[in-house]
Design a protein around this ligand. Structure first.
Ligand SMILES: Nc1ncnc2c1ncn2[C@@H]1O[C@H](COP(=O)(O)OP(=O)(O)OP(=O)(O)O)[C@@H](O)[C@H]1O
Ligand SMILES: [Mg+2]
Length: 454
C-alpha cells in the first residue's frame, strides 16, 4: 500500500512544509499550520471529466479578441472587477459573516438575469425558501435565476453542465465537499479540492464562477487565503456593520487593476450604489471641533474627501495607549515621533486614538499631513476649520512631500467648497484656483506658521 503524502499548509498564505511548524517562514503567522492530506479515495474522480489541457500553441495564433467581458450594470461592482466579468474567470468573494455577500450576489444574479443571462445559484448554507425570501425583499425574483441546494461539488458541476448557466455562483466554498477525497467539509484539503474542480469547470466551459468564502473577525478560517493563489480574482466585501456602508475591494485581479473600490450602502431592499462617495467619509457635523481634520485620498481612480479624527488625552494608567482605525498603525506611530521631534510636543504621556470616518482602510501616504494635524489639533485643543484640507506625505525630517494626483485631490476639495488647501511646496502640477486659497508649505513647521495666521 502506497504511503499517502501528508504535508502541512499555512492557513494564512498557503506555504507548504513537510512538517508542522509553529511559525510560518513565509508570512510569519503563528500556529497557522494545518495538515493537508492529499490522499485520494480509491474510486477515481467520480466521473469528473473536465480537462483543460491544450497542446502547445503559438502565442500569436491565440484569438484574444473573442474574450469579451460582460457588464453586470451594477457600476460599482463592474468597476471593481476591472470593467465586467471575464468568461471563465473564477472569482472569490470574501467577507465577514453577515456582511452581505449573498445579498450582493443575488442582486448581481438578478441584473444578469434581466439582461437575458441564466444564473445558477448553488447554496449550501441556506434553504431555498430563505433565498426566495431574500430575493423577494430585494425585488430580485426572476425565472432565469435557478436555485439549487447542494453540498457536493461534483453534483453542483453536474447541475451546471445540465443548465449551462451564463454564471455559476457557489455559496459557500466552506460548506461544500468533494466526495473524491477524504477531506472534511471546510478543511484546507476539502476547499482546495472543490476549488480546483470548479476552476477546471470554469476554464473548460468558459463559465464565470463566483465562489463565496467566509472570513472571520479573528482572521481567516481555513480557506480564503489559500484560495487566493488559485482563483483569478479575489474581492472582499468590507464594512462598518453598524453604519450600513460596504466597501468592495479587489485584493487580486488577473484581468485588471486592484486599485478600484466599490461603495455600497445596505438598505432593507439590498445594497445600493453610492454615487457620491465623499459624503460617506465626512461626519454630518458642520461645526469644527478639535482633533478633526479633512484631507483627500485617492482610491483607485477616485479622489475621496476624508475626515480624520484624533483624540490625545493624558494617560491615566500605565503605558500610553495608541489605537488606530484606518491608516497603518506604524505610520501613525512614526507621525507621532515626527510631532515630538520636529514640533517638540510631548506625547509620551498621552493616550492617542485615531480614526478615519467611514472605516476605510488606507495605505495612502497623502493623508500623513492630516493625521499629524488631527493629533496636533486634539493635543493643543486648537480647532482646525472645516473648510481646510491638508494633503501630503510627511517625511521623518518633518518635510511635506508631494504624492500622486495632487491636482485631482485639490479639485475634489474645491468641488466640496473647501476654502483652504494646504499642499507641499514642491509639486509638479500647477494648482491654482479662484475658489480656494492654496497654501504651499515646505514642512510641518511652516504649516504651524500658516495656522497661526488663520
Ligand atoms: N430586512 C433587512 N433590512 C435591512 N438590512 C437587512 C435586512 N435583512 C438583512 N439585512 C442586511 O443583510 C445582511 C446579511 O446579508 P447576507 O445574508 O447577504 O450576508 P452574508 O455575507 O451572505 O452572510 P453569511 O456569512 O451569513 O452568508 C445583514 O447583516 C443586514 O445588514
Ligand atoms: Mg450568505
Amino acid at each position: 500500500m502506497g504511503k499517502n503524502k501528508a504535508v502541512f499548509v499555512c492557513k494564512e498564505c498557503g506555504y507548504e512544509s513537510n512538517r508542522w511548524l509553529g511559525k510560518c517562514p513565509s508570512c510569519g503567522a503563528w500556529n497557522s499550520f494545518v495538515e493537508y492530506n492529499e490522499k485520494k479515495k480509491g474510486k477515481g474522480n467520480g466521473g469528473f471529466k473536465f480537462d483543460v489541457s491544450t497542446p502547445p500553441t503559438p502565442l500569436d495564433k491565440i484569438d484574444f479578441k473573442s474574450v469579451k467581458r460582460f457588464e453586470t450594470k451594477i457600476g460599482e461592482f463592474d468597476r471593481v472587477l476591472g470593467g465586467g466579468i471575464v468568461p471563465g474567470a473564477v472569482i472569490l468573494i470574501g467577507g465577514e459573516p453577515g456582511i452581505g455577500k449573498s445579498t450582493l450576489l443575488l442582486q448581481v444574479s438578478y441584473k444578469l438575469a434581466k439582461m437575458g443571462s441564466r444564473v445558477l445559484y448553488s447554496t449550501s448554507e441556506e434553504s431555498l425558501q430563505q433565498i426566495s425570501l431574500r430575493a423577494n425583499r430585494l425585488n430580485a425574483v426572476s425565472g432565469d435565476i435557478l436555485l439549487s441546494s447542494e453540498y457536493s461539488v461534483n453534483k453542483i458541476i453536474k447541475y451546471a453542465e445540465d443548465v449551462k448557466p451564463g454564471v455559476l455562483i457557489v455559496d459557500s466554498i466552506q460548506t461544500i465537499y468533494d466526495e473524491d477525497t477524504d477531506a472534511q467539509q471546510g478543511s484546507v484539503t476539502g476547499i482546495k479540492a472543490c476549488t480546483s474542480k470548479l476552476i477546471r469547470f470554469a476554464k473548460a466551459t468558459n463559465t464565470p464562477v463566483f465562489v463565496v468564502g467566509h472570513v472571520t473577525k479573528g482572521g481567516i478560517v481555513a480557506g480564503p487565503k489559500i484560495l487566493e493563489h488559485m482563483v483569478d480574482a479575489v474581492i472582499y466585501l468590507e464594512g462598518d456593520g453598524n453604519r450600513g456602508y460596504r466597501i468592495l475591494r479587489n485584493a487580486k485581479n488577473r484581468y485588471g487593476s486592484t486599485d478600484e473600490i466599490g461603495l455600497f450602502e445596505m438598505h432593507s431592499d439590498g445594497l445600493r450604489e453610492v454615487n457620491d462617495p465623499t459624503e460617506i467619509f465626512l461626519t454630518r457635523e458642520t461645526e469644527s471641533i478639535s482633533g478633526s481634520v479633512l484631507t483627500v485620498t485617492i482610491e483607485g481612480s477616485r479622489p475621496l474627501l476624508l475626515e480624520i479624527q484624533a483624540i490625545a488625552a493624558e494617560t491615566k494608567y500605565g503605558v500610553p495607549q495608541r489605537s488606530v482605525n484606518g491608516p497603518e498603525y506604524k505610520r501613525v506611530t512614526t507621525l507621532i515621533a515626527v510631532l515630538e521631534k520636529r514640533l517638540h510636543l510631548f506625547l509620551g504621556n498621552q493616550d492617542i486614538f485615531l480614526n478615519v470616518v467611514g472605516g476605510l482602510k488606507i495605505r495612502d501616504p497623502g493623508i500623513d499631513a492630516a493625521i499629524l494635524m488631527a493629533i496636533y489639533s486634539s493635543y493643543s485643543s486648537k480647532v482646525i476649520r472645516k473648510d481646510t484640507v491638508f494633503i501630503g506625505e510627511v517625511g521623518l525630517g518633518g518635510e511635506l512631500r508631494a504624492v500622486e494626483g495632487m491636482k485631482r485631490r485639490a479639485d475634489e476639495a474645491i468641488r466640496f467648497g473647501i476654502k483652504n488647501i494646504v499642499i507641499p511646496y514642491y509639486i509638479k502640477e500647477n494648482i491654482e484656483s479662484s475658489k480656494a486659497k492654496i497654501m504651499k508649505c515646505k514642512n510641518v513647521s511652516s504649516i504651524m506658521e500658516y495656522l497661526r495666521d488663520v
